[in-house]
Write a protein that binds this ligand. Structure first.
Ligand code: LR7
Ligand code: MN
Length: 517
């Protein structure tokens, strides 16, 4: 698979993929292209056609292009961990760092090989990087350890005042580094992420990411992008070139002061392979007195994949559940129950010893998760105040509401209760919404079916009153009661005139969380 990659000779703006243009593979090559796609779960053939130092558009906001930065910004080491990465994407990451960073701010690049099995990542890689004009160190994990412990090893070996982590399939654009380092110089407890642009996994086209999205998470503890809320626009007085305070980071691309990284407890070395570390460090930064930002004047591209190309020794689910369990137990206080009720399987994994992480939390006197939800992430899908969390069971049929499609605008179903959480978990909040993630139970006409719509917090068609004695769920706007599935449509509950029948009685599982109230 390894082939000698000559020093790129194309003139800028010519050749495949220049200026971030998409690469189209001719018909006759497409069989081979599909085969090659499987190796890394991206279009490896396209990537190999593109120069390692391809040109990219300047996608920054106009107001970013004229900003000036101090010359004495801290130096950074760039740490890139990889497992079986492709030659072209790994080296394109390296070249883009070298070509688009002011030389005096770039201490070195540290490549951490997480026990890759490909020969071209051994000696050929070492020989290649020796010729580059910036020190590039290749260090190796003795055994497959996962990205978390690999990053720890890279961080420990790095010398810059700042550590900048990148995935191994990134491309930095003009001016990416200065605004990141400037924020850290202004406040060493600020951890900063660039805007993550999209490099297409199909064509390697470069597409600017939005400065209007920031990081959040859902009940399953998946990282998710959400629109930047109005309060954050207001705080910046509408200036989109100012950094956005973000509740969470995606995980792969960020800069942090080297000593501060130590102070706040680096990463949880008990986490394996992949996943969870991004929310863990996000919660920790905020709860323990730091700030997490997306610096909108810094753009770095990343190849977003639809599937993972590598093995997860021990099973994907097991590993991610373990990592998530560790972060929930250490940082989320009673709110971990949201996660456990929606994913009951998680509570069965062995998550190892977390005493040193709990000790860290005590030592740093970190704030509770409720503080984080209230002050950093008030738009969270996890409501701070709620009455119940769990299934909503019909007394007559003994069946449960089921958000089968988990999509906006979809009708709610009613099926046998499976007790497995997931689509049958709803919360009844203090605002009298019935919700799951950011979707709310909504009915828009008399006798109408129940659908899931984005919660609007305006009460209206999303306001429900539960009567714990009569067990009814009154849809206030229509003054009708939630009823089991009707004859016309045996799987879609709807509202009907309240008549006291058992088909209008519902059991809400009550979770007592005294700390919250
Ligand atoms: O066992 C492994 N060892 C590794 O060294 C598994 C992975 N890795 C390397 C891998 O080669 C890559 O360079 O770790 C890096 C990240 O792995 P990816 O590219 O498979 O991760 P991802 O981009 O799918 O996932 C995101 O979430 C991860 C959760 O653990 C990490 O935090 C990734 O860094 C993170 N990526 C980003 O934030 C880029 C934007 C994606 C989004 C949203
Ligand atoms: Mn990645």
């Amino acid at each position: 698979m390894y082939r000698e990659v000559p020093e790129p000779i194309q003139k800028p703006h010519e050749g495949p993929g220049e200026m971030g243009k998409p690469v189209v593979i001719p018909k006759e090559e497409q069989e081979k292209m599909k085969e090659m796609f499987k190796i890394n779960q991206f279009n490896l053939m396209a990537s190999e056609l593109i120069a390692l130092n391809r040109s990219l558009p300047d996608v920054r906001l106009e107001g970013c292009k004229t900003k000036v930065y101090l010359d004495n910004l801290p130096t950074t080491s760039v740490v890139i961990v990889f497992h079986n990465e492709a030659w072209s994407t790994l080296l394109r990451t390296v070249h883009s760092v070298i070509n688009r960073s002011p030389r005096h701010m770039l201490e070195e690049i540290v490549l951490v090989d997480d026990a890759s099995e490909r020969d071209f990542l051994k000696r050929p890689l070492e020989n290649y990087v020796k010729k580059l004009k910036v020190p590039v160190h290749v260090i190796r994990m003795e055994q497959r350890s996962g990205l978390i412990r690999a990053r720890l090893k890279g961080a420990a070996a790095s010398k810059g005042q700042v550590i900048t982590f990148l995935d191994a399939h990134c491309e930095c654009t003009v001016g990416w580094l200065e605004p990141l380092l400037a924020r850290i110089k202004a406040d060493r407890r600020t951890v900063v992420c660039p805007i993550i642009d999209v490099i297409s996994d199909d064509t390697f086209e470069y597409m600017a990411g939005s400065d209007m999205t920031y990081g959040g998470f859902n009940w399953k503890l998946n990282f998710r992008w959400y629109p930047v809320p109005q309060r954050e626009m207001d705080r910046r007085k509408g200036d989109r070139t100012l950094p956005v305070r973000t509740p969470t980071m995606a995980g792969g691309l960020f800069s942090i002061d080297r000593d501060y990284f130590q102070e706040i407890g680096t990463y949880d070395a008990g986490m394996d392979i992949w996943g969870g570390e991004n929310l863990e460090i996000s919660f920790r930064i905020w709860q323990c007195g730091g700030t997490l930002e997306i610096v909108t004047c810094s753009h770095v591209g990343h190849v977003f994949r639809k599937a993972t190309p590598y093995t997860f020794p021990g099973g994907t689910g097991q590993i991610i559940n373990k990592n998530n369990r560790r972060l929930a137990e250490v940082w989320m206080d009673e709110f971990k129950n949201f996660f456990y009720i929606i994913s009951p399987g998680v509570t069965k994994v062995d998550y190892g010893d977390i005493s040193s992480r709990l000790g860290l939390r005590r030592k740093l006197q970190c704030k509770p998760f409720s503080w984080y939800l209230e002050n950093v992430y008030p738009d969270s899908q996890i409501p701070r105040h709620y009455f119940s969390l769990g299934e909503i069971r019909n007394v007559e049929t003994n069946q449960c509401l089921d958000n089968m499609a988990r999509k906006e605008n979809e009708k709610v179903g009613i099926f046998n209760c499976h007790g497995m959480g997931g689509n049958q978990v709803f919360s009844y909040t203090a605002n009298k919404e019935i919700r799951t993630d950011d979707l709310c139970l909504d009915v828009s006409k008399l006798n109408g079916p129940v659908t899931m719509l984005k919660c609007h917090h305006l009460k209206g068609n999303q306001l429900w009153e539960y009567d714990p004695v009569k067990l009814t769920l009154l849809h206030v706007n229509s003054n009708q009661c939630l009823d089991k599935a009707t004859e016309e449509d045996s799987q879609v509950p709807s509202i009907r005139d309240c008549n006291g029948s058992r088909s209008q009685q519902w059991l809400l599982r009550n979770v007592t969380l005294p700390e919250i109230f």
